[in-house]
Design a protein around this ligand. Structure first.
Ligand code: NDP
Ligand SMILES: O=C1OC[C@@H](O)[C@H](O)[C@H]1O
Length: 383
């Protein structure tokens, strides 16, 4: 598959592996298995050597379940992991508000960092993380995993090819039905914690925002937020958004809309009809429409429907790169890990999220919260 996407570049030949890249994980987080532990199993150049967990029992159970040889526990656990000279890279699946502070500490300790989304709380923090990584010659990457999947690259390629003309509008969503949320989230979930920079826009909304920016090639463009309408979360209605509806103005008089929701209410009488997940990107162009269904976890299933106003509609499904560089059944997280390791090893990754792309995302999200009337998420740096 050829690409006009500037962040999608050809891979170079894999170099022989002398010793695998040694990862440590900060926090026995829920996302750890999908985000790194399972992808690492099929990556010949990765070994997971340690996890740090504040609670010793939970840390030991996690390590045993996932075959992690070393556990650090207690209040100094994260610092101790970072002090281990036999760790090359650190995965940071902490609550969003702690990403910056621990990414900076890890970089200061000489480790490469794979940081869960959203990269930080503020754009200034993101600038600091990437500046430090640059200064130290280390890799820092925000784990917006969906961007790394070949289906996302294909959608971008179709739109930027000009096949359907100029973009007029784009819509993207990440909505979880209320009946699923009930099982998925705890009442005291970190996602709803204001001090830890929670809120739906930061937890879910960054996916549709990133998907639109990526698909339209607006990676480093600050989108003007024209409206941001929050729905309050019952746990902390004055500060935490359960949902956020946002509109943006795009170059050339186009517009975009993102919708995110932790708990889409049921429909019909008394809300008894269960709602469905919302995980689509739709782009309207001069001569047709592109609809990317299930863009956030496209490895499970997805479809890319290309509907020209004139001519025949088609559906594409793209699970692998055409030249066979990748592996059967790779998840978005596995593609992401491949890119991260390639970058560390000095190879050119197939896809990369540039620092400026992540910094711009934080600028937009900060502006968006300001527009919404909710208070800015507090920075934990310096605390
Ligand atoms: N890429 C993806 O698909 C997904 C990404 N995420 C992102 O990953 C991050 C973690 O999410 P998730 O795994 O769901 O969260 P969890 O609550 O499961 O894990 C967060 C971890 O943070 C640690 N932690 C450190 N300080 C605190 C604190 N003050 N309060 C609470 N936890 C603390 C805990 O580690 P310890 O073990 O030491 O107690 C805990 O294991 C978030 O940034 C989220 O946005 C989440 C889900 C999916
Ligand atoms: O990143 C995420 O993706 C999946 C969601 O269910 C999760 O809450 C979120 O943090």
């Amino acid at each position: 598959m050829s690409s006009t996407a500037h962040e999608l570049v050809n891979a170079t030949v894999q170099q022989p592996i002398s010793s695998p890249l040694r990862f440590g994980i900060l926090g026995a987080a829920r996302i750890g298995p999908e985000g790194l532990l399972k992808p690492a199993r099929s990556h010949p150049d990765v070994s997971i050597v340690a996890v740090a967990c504040r609670d010793s029992d939970r840390g030991a159970q996690y390590a045993q379940k996932w075959g992690i040889p070393k556990v650090y526990s207690g209040q100094r656990a994260y610092y101790e992991l970072l002090a281990n000279p036999d760790i090359d890279a650190v995965y940071i699946p902490l609550p969003g508000g702690l990403h910056a502070v621990w990414a900076i500490r890890a970089l200061q300790a000489g480790k490469h960092v794979l940081v869960e989304k959203p990269i930080t709380t503020t754009a200034d923090e993101a600038r600091e993380v990437f500046a430090l990584a640059g200064k130290k010659g280390l890799v820092a990457l925000e784990g917006i995993h969906s961007t790394f999947h070949p289906a996302a690259q294909r959608v971008r390629e179709i739109i930027l090819s000009g096949e359907l003309g100029k973009v007029q509008s784009a819509h993207a969503s990440f909505g979880i039905p209320a009946w699923i949320s009930w099982f998925q989230f705890a009442k005291d979930d970190v996602y709803f914690n204001y001090e830890l920079a929670g809120g739906c826009m930061r937890e879910l909304g960054v996916y549709p925002l990133a998907a639109i920016r990526h698909a339209l090639g607006l990676d480093t463009q600050i989108l003007e937020v024209t409206s941001a309408t929050p729905s309050p979360h019952p746990i902390d209605p004055a500060r935490i958004d359960r949902a956020m509806h946002t509109t943006y103005s795009l170059p050339d008089s186009a517009m975009a809309e993102t919708v995110c929701d932790f708990a889409i209410p049921g429909k019909g009488p008394f809300g008894l009809i269960p709602s469905l997940p919302q995980l689509n990107v739709t782009v309207h162009l001069e001569s047709g429409e592109v609809e990317f269904c299930n863009y956030a976890v496209p490895h499970r299933y997805h479809s890319i429907k290309v509907k020209p106003k004139r001519g025949t509609a088609r559906t594409e499904k793209v699970y692998r790169y055409a030249d066979g560089r990748d592996g059967e059944g790779w998840t978005t997280y596995r593609y992401q890990l491949q890119a991260f390791v390639d970058k560390v090893r000095g190879r050119t990754p197939w896809v990369w999220i540039q620092p400026a792309t992540s910094i711009t995302e934080m600028e937009i999200v900060e502006k968006l919260y300001e527009k919404s009337g909710l208070p800015p998420r507090p920075s934990q740096k310096g605390m």
